[in-house]
Ligand binder design. Structure first.
Ligand code: ADP
Length: 368
């Protein structure tokens, strides 16, 4: 846990902007972080998202001061803090494991950082009460930590993190120990709290739904590098690379030859996009929600359309998933559950999509 003695800021200090400049970190032969640069303006909520082992936690630990980079700089509000120990940085971290003190009651846990700084008792009392109110647990101050549920304990950890109003709040998979319903409720609360307080926040998660719904901007990481930095819409609708397109959301992949004019030719279908990529082996991607299905199969299927047979239909929350086998291709269509008639297994149907919804990328070396 971060110790909070000698904190350099005063209570109520404003949120800080964060700059990571050319960070690199190796563990033996493993490159954990590879020349990573990132700027987070004050008050912004950024999520680091990527597969396990891509360097998210190492980046967060370097930012927190729990790890030293081999190269690069960490700046908070323009000041180089690279060599400054964790407890002297204006940063607090909430971990998945809560890291609460079991022998202290709730109020004493939250008060801990304030006591370390010698804040007067009366002020501690009122600020602990404020923090408990912010996390919607106003009445548990005198209770033992061990008697609280996982969700409540995580709220207490959050209250302790914000009671001293740090300039930067770091969240390391803070909700992943909670079950799905509670996690979603906590996501909403966390977002509202972050907006109310305006604390610069960096979240590490491997849960894309969490990143897309919570953060102002998302950093998609792979192999210690930033693959894309953008809003949820940008990374979902305009993935900068095949890696991002595959990692965020679902997609149908159609491999073929790009003609350099915005078309990818697969033996079963010609896919056309509204933009071009270089000629050569390529992969066209169409998200399932952009695949239309129709039982009108009169006339020949043309560009961006293909006939097939329904192989499976399943209901998944607000949409239905329709799996269609089309001349050697399996296409997944997601159809909103808005009362329309669904196709049935065995039906002959036509799948089609708009050029605007097609993304194309050159086939990476090693894939064929
Ligand atoms: P993520 O948080 O995205 O899962 P990490 O930052 O934890 O990724 O790890 C990045 C890479 O660095 C991984 O290959 C991991 O095994 C390695 N790594 C992280 N911490 C250590 C460590 N303390 N010692 C050795 N290797 C480590």
């Amino acid at each position: 846990m971060t110790l909070l003695t000698e904190r350099p800021h005063s209570p109520g200090s404003s949120s800080a902007d964060v700059e990571l400049i050319g960070l690199a970190k190796r563990y033996g032969g493993t490159v954990a972080v590879d020349n990573l640069s990132l700027t987070v303006p004050a008050g912004e909520f950024v999520a680091l998202l990527g597969p396990s082992g891509c360097g998210k936690s190492t980046t967060l630990r370097i930012l927190a001061g729990l790890e030293q980079p081999d190269q690069g700089q960490v700046r908070l509000s323009g000041t180089d803090v690279t060599g400054v120990p964790a407890h002297r940085r204006d940063i607090h971290t909430v971990f998945q494991s809560y890291a609460l003190f079991p022998h202290l009651n709730v109020a004493d846990n939250i008060a801990f950082p304030l006591r370390q700084r010698g804040v007067p008792r009366a002020e501690i009392r009122s600020r602990v009460a404020d923090a408990l109110a912010l996390v919607h647990l106003p009445a548990v101050g005198n209770q033992a930590v061990a008697g609280l549920s996982g969700g409540q304990q995580q709220r207490i950890a959050l209250a302790r993190a914000i009671v001293d109003r740090p300039g930067v709040l770091l969240l390391d998979e803070p909700l992943s120990a909670l079950d799905r319903g509670l996690r979603q409720a906590m996501q909403v609360e966390l977002r509202l709290l972050q907006q109310d307080l305006g604390i610069t926040t960096v979240l590490v998660t491997h849960d894309q739904e969490e990143a897309l719904s919570l953060a102002d901007r998302i950093v998609i990481m792979a192999d210690g590098k930033v693959e894309q930095l953008g809003t949820a819409e940008q990374v979902y609708d305009h993935p900068a690379s095949l890696f991002v397109a595959r990692f965020v959301g679902e997609q149908n992949e159609i491999s073929g030859d790009s003609d350099g004019q915005g078309r990818v030719d697969h033996p079963a279908v010609m896919v056309a996009a509204d933009r071009t990529i270089e000629a050569g082996p390529a992969i066209a991607l169409i998200r399932p929600e952009h695949v239309r299905v129709s039982d009108d199969i009169a006339g020949a299927a043309g560009v961006n359309s293909i006939d097939g047979i329904v192989r499976g239909v399943s209901i998944a929350g607000i949409s239905s998933a329709v799996l269609v086998h089309c001349r050697g291709l399996n296409l997944l269509a997601r159809i909103p559950r808005d009362g329309r008639t669904l196709p049935r297994v065995g039906d002959q149907i036509r799948c089609s999509w708009d050029p605007a919804h097609v993304r194309m990328f050159p086939t990476p070396g090693g894939e064929s």
